[in-house]
Design a binder for this molecule. Structure first.
Ligand code: DP6
Length: 349
């Protein structure tokens, strides 16, 4: 008999960035982080896991291409932890089918094109963990599962939730309290929208994994960042709670800027932003300056991960202005199919 389960997980974009590990094996971060889930149907990873007595070994396919599951690697760790959990449940409940020892075939797909310029590891690892948890019928505490997803890729632990999600750094040496949790559901602030501006879909030069450890090892500025992030976590949670876009936007931009500053402070320096990224920052600044000069609040806020692509957040009422401005200054940008949805994508030069 083949046992099978499928699960999907969304993309998340951090507004308070995770950058640095205090434990590289367990993937324990040097600071807490907070993300917004882009919970569109077209921005998800979907994974199907099968267990069957006829399988000779664990195998994994990503978008149809087989990937090796390296012994001791991150994928291996996630699978091992979930399997051990299932075996424990089987030892406690005689009625459970004995599937923990069966080999697995796992197939994962991203339904967003590489051209969306988004990292797929977060949603991919989260979907993998969710599908194995469903296959093994494990008690479905998402926070508990986030402890396992975190060991696949740090940012993956936040993709087990929708809406606004915090990953608490935790203090335990074994990582038992380094978990993700929902700060507010998506429905809490439906007026907040996101626009992804794709500057480049090329694979980044310095991976997040190696870049962040180089920062931990060499950046004096990181210490200052670690001093200010805890208050930012509190302040942005309050802003989300109050649906205060001005405060949310200011903290989001400050944190993105500081993250890229610590990258520049790393030896050798890491540059993720390019000229187009900086032009987008200037455009958002100008929109905000003009609005504030008229006594109004922020129009939009930008954030950049470990690459040149921008994610712009704005209240729904402002999104047409933001899109018009992006189209005006970046005429090569793709047409916007559905500008009022989170996750709308524009491709920039
Ligand atoms: C800039 O989660 O990709 O996107 O834990 O080594 O897999 P690993 O790193 P990863 O880093 C994400 C870094 C970031 C910020 C964030 O998502 O919080």
């Amino acid at each position: 008999m083949v046992y099978e389960a499928t699960a999907s997980a969304p993309v998340n974009i951090a507004v308070i960035k995770y950058w640095g590990k205090r434990d590289t094996k367990l993937i324990l971060p040097t600071n807490s982080s907070l993300s917004v889930t882009l919970d569109q149907d077209h921005l998800r990873s979907t994974t199907t896991s099968r267990a069957d007595a006829s399988f000779a070994k664990d195998r994994l396919w990503l978008n149809g291409e087989e990937e090796a599951i390296k012994e001791g690697g991150r994928l291996h760790t996630c699978i091992k932890e979930l399997r051990a959990w299932r075996l424990e449940e089987e030892s406690k409940q005689d009625s459970l089918p004995k599937i923990g020892d069966l080999k697995l075939h796992i197939a994962s797909y991203n339904n967003f094109p590489t051209a969306a310029g988004l990292a797929s590891s977060a949603s991919g690892l989260a979907a993998l963990v969710a599908s194995l948890a469903a296959l093994y019928e494990l008690p479905q505490s998402r926070s508990e599962l986030s402890r396992i997803a975190r060991q696949g890729s740090g940012s993956a632990c936040r993709s087990l939730f929708g809406g606004f999600v915090a990953w608490r750094e935790g203090h335990a040496k074994d990582g038992s309290d380094s978990l993700a949790e929902e700060v507010a559901p998506r429905e809490h602030w439906p007026d907040l929208q996101a626009l992804i501006c794709v500057v480049s879909d090329a694979k980044k030069g310095t991976s997040s994994t190696s870049g962040m450890q180089a920062t931990v090892e060499t950046s004096p500025l990181l210490q200052e960042r670690l001093r200010v992030v805890p208050q930012r976590m509190v302040d942005i949670s309050t802003a989300i709670e109050a649906r205060d876009f001005d405060e949310f936007g200011r903290i989001t931009m400050a944190d993105s800027n500081q993250f890229h500053a610590v990258c520049l402070d790393t030896a050798p320096p890491i540059f993720y932003l390019n000229d187009t990224s900086r032009a987008i920052i200037a455009l958002v600044q100008e929109l905000n300056r003009a609005s504030e000069a008229n006594g109004n609040g922020l129009v939009a806020a930008y954030t950049f991960d470990a690459g040149p692509n921008a994610v712009l957040y704005a209240p729904a009422a402002n999104m047409p202005v933001v899109i018009a401005a992006v189209n005006k200054y970046f005429p090569q940008a793709n047409a916007f199919a559905d500008p009022f949805q989170m996750g709308t994508t524009a491709t920039l030069p």
